[in-house]
Design a protein around this ligand. Structure first.
Ligand code: SAM
Length: 243
C-alpha cells in the first residue's frame, strides 16, 4: 500500500482505504488492544451506554468492522445490521459472532457489505445509526452523514465516535510522537505492515476537531447535536437526532 493520498482521486482514496483494512483485518483486534493500551474497550462501553440500545430496536452499525460495537448492542437485545465496505473485516466479525457467548435475550446480527456514502437500505428504516472510528476513513463524509439521516426513521438517533487531535498541550506532543513513530513500528512488529498504520495515524491528525465535525453533523440536517469530549478531544462522541 502506498500513500500521499491527498493527491489522488476520491475513487483511488476509497480503494486504498480498502487495501488498508484488507491488510489489517486479521490482526485488527489485537492491534486495537496494543495501540490503545486496551483503552478502546472502555471508550466502546461508554459509547454504547450513551446510545442506550433497547430490546427490539433496529440499529445500523456502519463501518462496524469486526463487530465490537455491534456485539455490545446486541447483548442489550437490539437487532443489529453490521455494515462495512470491507468484506474481510466483516468476515472476521462473522467468525467472532459464531464463537461469542451471547447474553441472554441477545438481539440478532446481520452482516452486510455497504459503502457509507451510498447505503442500499430503505429510507426511515432504523431506530439508531452508529459509526465508530469509521467516518474518518470515508472519502465523502458529508455524503455519509446525509445517508445516515436518510436511513433513520423520524425520531431516530445518530451516534458517532471518532479520534481527532487533542487540545491538551503536552499530551498532544506525546501523542504525535507516539502516533507518527511508534504506531507504524508496532504495525510492523505485530502485523508486518508499517504503511497501513502510518495511514491510520495520519487520518486521525487530519480529522476535524469536535466543534467542526459537530457543525458538519448539523449541516447534514441533524438536530440537538452534542459532542462529548474525551482526553481533550483525542476521542469524541457525537450525537444528533432526526426530526
Ligand atoms: N467500528 C469498528 C470498531 O470500532 O472496532 C471498526 C473500526 S475500523 C478502524 C474502520 C472501519 O471502517 C473498517 O472496517 C473499514 O473497512 C470501514 N470503512 C472505511 N470506509 C468505509 C466506507 N466508505 N463505508 C463503510 N465502511 C467503511
Amino acid at each position: 500500500v502506498s500513500f500521499g493520498y491527498e493527491n489522488v482521486s476520491p475513487e483511488e482514496k476509497t480503494r486504498r482505504v480498502g487495501e488498508v483494512f484488507s491488510s489489517v483485518a486479521k490482526k485488527y483486534d489485537i492491534m486495537n488492544d496494543a495501540m490503545s493500551f486496551g483503552m478502546h474497550r472502555g471508550w466502546k462501553d461508554r459509547f454504547v451506554k450513551r446510545v442506550k440500545p433497547q430490546a427490539g430496536e433496529n440499529i445500523l452499525d456502519m463501518a462496524g468492522g469486526t463487530g465490537d460495537i455491534a456485539f455490545r448492542m446486541a447483548d442489550r437485545g437490539a437487532n443489529i445490521t453490521v455494515a462495512d465496505i470491507n468484506q474481510e473485516m466483516l468476515d472476521v466479525g462473522a467468525e467472532r459472532a459464531i464463537e461469542r457467548d451471547e447474553a441472554e435475550g441477545a438481539g440478532s446480527l446481520v452482516f452486510s457489505q455497504q459503502n457509507a456514502e451510498e447505503v442500499s437500505f430503505a429510507s426511515n428504516s432504523f431506530d439508531a445509526y452508529t459509526i465508530v472510528f469509521g467516518i474518518r476513513n470515508v472519502t465523502h463524509k458529508e455524503k455519509a452523514l446525509k445517508e445516515a439521516l436518510r436511513v433513520l426513521r423520524p425520531g431516530g438517533r445518530f451516534y458517532c465516535m471518532e479520534f481527532s487531535v487533542t487540545d491538551w498541550s503536552g499530551f498532544r506532543e506525546i501523542y504525535d510522537l507516539y502516533s507518527m513513530h511508534i504506531m507504524p513500528r508496532m504495525g510492523q512488529v505485530i502485523a508486518g505492515d508499517t504503511e497501513s498504520y502510518r495511514y491510520l495515524a495520519e487520518s486521525i491528525r487530519k480529522f476535524p476537531r469536535a466543534p467542526q465535525f459537530e457543525a458538519m453533523i448539523r449541516d447534514a440536517g441533524f438536530v440537538n447535536t452534542k459532542a462529548e469530549i474525551i482526553l481533550g478531544g483525542a476521542v469524541a462522541i457525537h450525537s444528533g437526532w432526526k426530526v
